[in-house]
Ligand binder design. Structure first.
Ligand SMILES: Cc1cc2nc3c(=O)[nH]c(=O)nc-3n(C[C@H](O)[C@H](O)[C@H](O)COP(=O)(O)OP(=O)(O)OC[C@H]3O[C@@H](n4cnc5c(N)ncnc54)[C@H](O)[C@@H]3O)c2cc1C
Ligand SMILES: NC(=O)c1ccc[n+]([C@@H]2O[C@H](COP(=O)([O-])OP(=O)(O)OC[C@H]3O[C@@H](n4cnc5c(N)ncnc54)[C@H](O)[C@@H]3O)[C@@H](O)[C@H]2O)c1
Length: 456
């Protein structure tokens, strides 16, 4: 039986841990799937590479009201797909090759689960180790819909490799993935129907942002709010899927070439037999960790989607750096910083957010003031003739400090960075607004003006 100093389960963010400082340790890196994990292969990277062409394809619609007559002649889906994966697949393969060439690292490409706190079953082999890192990520949740097993359905894992652009698509779920792929495929020319149970998409966002997003995306897709999927069956005549719905107007059916299920992701801790290792898992399925990313077993650490309900790559990366440090410096542990975790939804429009929504802040008993700045009321917003987008800030009336920032509109994912910085460093909104120059007439003035609307 092989013994290792360290075993890492998961080659996504887990693969960033072993660097030259680990050269003296014998390491096993275990991954049953494609090397490099979700973000690289089926997550952040390829989706955004599909989103950017979608932004371009959607631009004739935006240009028209500015007097620019653009015409979208064609979207070459197969070319886009092959360009994207022609770039990504070699990175995954190269990463595997390089990691396998490390003298102190053995890569196992099999599923792993614990037999006892120091013993792991990996495929047909059994290995032991002094210390472990759980970086096993998450997987798509497949809802219990009658008939789903009888049709070919897609998740984000497969939909980006479709052989051709579908003429029509039904997306179930109104979260991040539903919002991003609704933009991608509708911009490319697919007729998209989005089915959501509640009355809005992106329900986790500030209510005003979620409402505005829902109104805007409704112009581009057939959005069925307040609607449940009751059954699914193969469409008559061969390919395609017929989806039975129950909505505000009663029962309905939609038939489409492709069904995309985007109803959340479950952490993979349940695949690791963590009971045998003495690692506690919360009721929500996430591995329980302390502020140092240590699990309830002293020698086992966890990071990323397997332990973090945020399910975001920048969080997984941060936690990987914390675990890396703590493995190297057991006598000088550092804590993960989860105070101000931002996120962005790369749809059209973009949405970006950090901190508390206005409702959540009030639920927590904070005395808050909320202000809104329209893009259309700053100079670059005039240039864009913008009427739809805004920045909303929520501040604590007592301290004057920001507790939340919520943006919907062009470049929201970049514009928010100043606000993340202000919150992270405890900077007063007016100090941020007046303590530096803001380039005129850049779009960032929408953030400056929003800050100035808060009490001094
Ligand atoms: C479509 C999509 C788009 C996304 N876009 C963004 C974005 O724009 N920005 C952002 O911040 N986040 C985004 N995310 C989320 C982001 O991808 C994840 O938060 C991040 O990749 C998680 O990294 P990780 O290291 O925790 O897990 P992963 O990268 O998922 O790595 C886990 C690895 O563990 C392996 N594994 C699991 N179980 C076992 C087992 N029992 N034995 C052996 N190996 C196992 C898996 O094969 C996998 O390779 C997106 C996710 C998706 C699905
Ligand atoms: N830009 C980004 O950072 C980005 C992009 C994509 C994915 N992600 C990550 O991946 C995770 C998963 O994305 P997601 O969109 O699948 O999840 P999500 O949690 O964002 O949204 C899930 C949606 O499915 C709905 N839903 C859940 N169960 C359902 C059911 N049984 N029937 C019908 N609808 C149901 C929910 O109401 C919600 O609208 C996200 O939480 C996010 O952390 C991030």
């Amino acid at each position: 039986m092989q013994h290792f100093d360290l075993v890492i389960i998961g080659s996504g963010s887990g693969n960033s841990i072993p660097d030259e400082r680990f050269a003296d340790l014998s390491i096993a890196l275990v991954d049953k799937g494609v090397f490099g994990g979700t973000c690289l292969n089926v997550g952040c990277i390829p989706t955004k590479m599909f989103v950017h062409p979608a932004d371009l394809a959607a631009s004739p619609g935006h240009a028209a009201r500015l007097g620019v007559d653009l015409e979208l002649r064609a979207v070459h889906f197969a070319e886009i797909r092959d360009r994207i994966f022609g770039r990504i697949d070699p990175i995954s393969e190269g990463g595997l090759k390089w990691r396998s060439s490390n003298e102190n690292v053995i890569v196992f490409r099999e599923p792993a689960h614990f037999l006892d706190p120091h013993t792991l079953r990996v495929g047909d082999e059994t290995i032991t180790a002094d210390r472990f890192v759980l970086a096993a990520g998450s997987r798509p949740i497949i809802p219990d819909v009658p008939g789903l097993d009888s049709v070919r359905y897609h998740t984000s894992d497969t939909v980006m490799r479709l052989p051709e652009l579908p003429r029509s698509m039904v997306i179930v779920g109104g979260g991040y993935i539903g919002a991003e792929f609704a933009h991608v495929f509708s911009s490319y020319g697919t007729r998209v129907t989005v089915v959501v149970r509640g009355d809005r998409m992106l329900r986790g966002e500030d209510a005003e942002v979620s409402e505005r997003f829902t109104d805007l995306i409704r112009r581009r897709v057939d959005l069925r709010t307040g609607t449940a999927v009751t059954a699914v069956r193969p469409a008559g005549g061969g390919s395609g899927v017929t989806v039975s719905l129950d909505g505000p107007d009663g029962a309905a059916e939609v038939t489409a070439d492709v069904l995309l299920v985007a109803t959340g992701r479950a952490p993979n801790g349940d695949t690791l037999a963590l009971d045998a290792a003495g690692v506690a898992v919360g009721e929500d399925g996430y591995v329980v960790v302390d502020a140092h990313q240590r699990t309830t077993a002293e020698h086992i650490w966890a990071l990323g989607d397997v332990a973090s309900p945020d399910q975001l790559k920048h969080v997984a990366n941060h936690e990987a750096r914390v675990v890396q440090h703590n493995l190297l410096h057991p006598d000088a542990l550092v804590e993960a910083d989860h105070r101000f975790v931002p996120h962005a939804v790369f749809s059209d429009p973009q949405v970006a957010s950090v901190g508390l929504t206005e409702d959540r802040a009030r639920e927590q008993g904070l005395d808050v003031v909320a202000v809104t700045q329209q893009y259309g009321d700053v100079a670059f917003g005039w240039a864009m003739e913008d009427t739809d987008h805004f920045v909303k800030l929520v501040a604590d009336r007592r301290t004057g400090l920001l507790v939340g920032a919520h943006l919907i509109g062009p470049e929201a994912s970049s514009l928010i960075q100043t606000l993340i910085q202000a919150m992270s460093f405890g900077q007063h909104p007016h100090a941020v607004a007046r303590g530096q120059y803001w380039i005129h007439p850049a779009l960032a003035e929408v953030v400056e003006n929003a800050l100035l609307k808060l009490p001094a």
